[in-house]
Design a protein around this ligand. Structure first.
Ligand code: ZN
Length: 157
């Protein structure tokens, strides 16, 4: 096969990878207190607005499997770029509440600002009602349940 024929073959394969299938958008990391169905994509729309929404982990698998250029035919690149921009300081490239709470919350400052304001006020009210538990958590005297689960999983291995 000549180099040119190979290139055409490659192109044909890329063509096959571009059916009319909808682009996959990437869901933002879910906030721990919010219903996962009440979430936005990294490109800023409600997850219910798109036929196909995947996780950042699933997007990473696609890019790893097909390469960045081919993955661009099936992935919303605005989602990919936005994820990378906000998640640059994180271990796996997407900002999560566990890893970077303030950065993750900053994503809610747009159209979800009033919802987030209400949630933060509710959290402040919970803290007001349970001041001893809050103080214990801050002082590290009580381990948060998620951390406890992680430690227990670690011990089993
Ligand atoms: Zn998108």
């Amino acid at each position: 096969m000549t180099r040119r024929a190979f290139a055409q073959d490659e192109h044909a394969q890329e063509g096959e990878a571009m059916p009319d299938a909808p682009l996959s958008h990437i869901a933002r990391a879910v906030l721990p207190w919010r219903d996962p169905a009440d979430n936005d994509t990294e490109c800023g729309k409600h997850v219910a607005d798109f036929a196909k929404v995947i996780t950042w982990d699933e997007a990473r698998v696609l890019v790893k499997k097909h390469g960045r250029q081919r993955a661009a035919f099936v992935l919303c690149m605005t989602c990919v770029e936005t994820t990378r921009r906000h998640g640059s300081r994180t271990q796996f490239g997407q900002v999560t509440f566990t890893e970077e709470p303030v950065e993750r919350l900053s994503r809610e400052f747009g159209k979800r600002r009033s919802q987030t304001d209400a949630e933060l006020r509710a959290m402040a009210e919970i803290v007001r009602r349970y001041p001893d538990e809050f103080a214990d958590l801050l002082a590290g005297r009580v381990m948060p349940i998620e951390e406890l689960r992680r430690v227990r999983r670690g011990q089993r291995v």
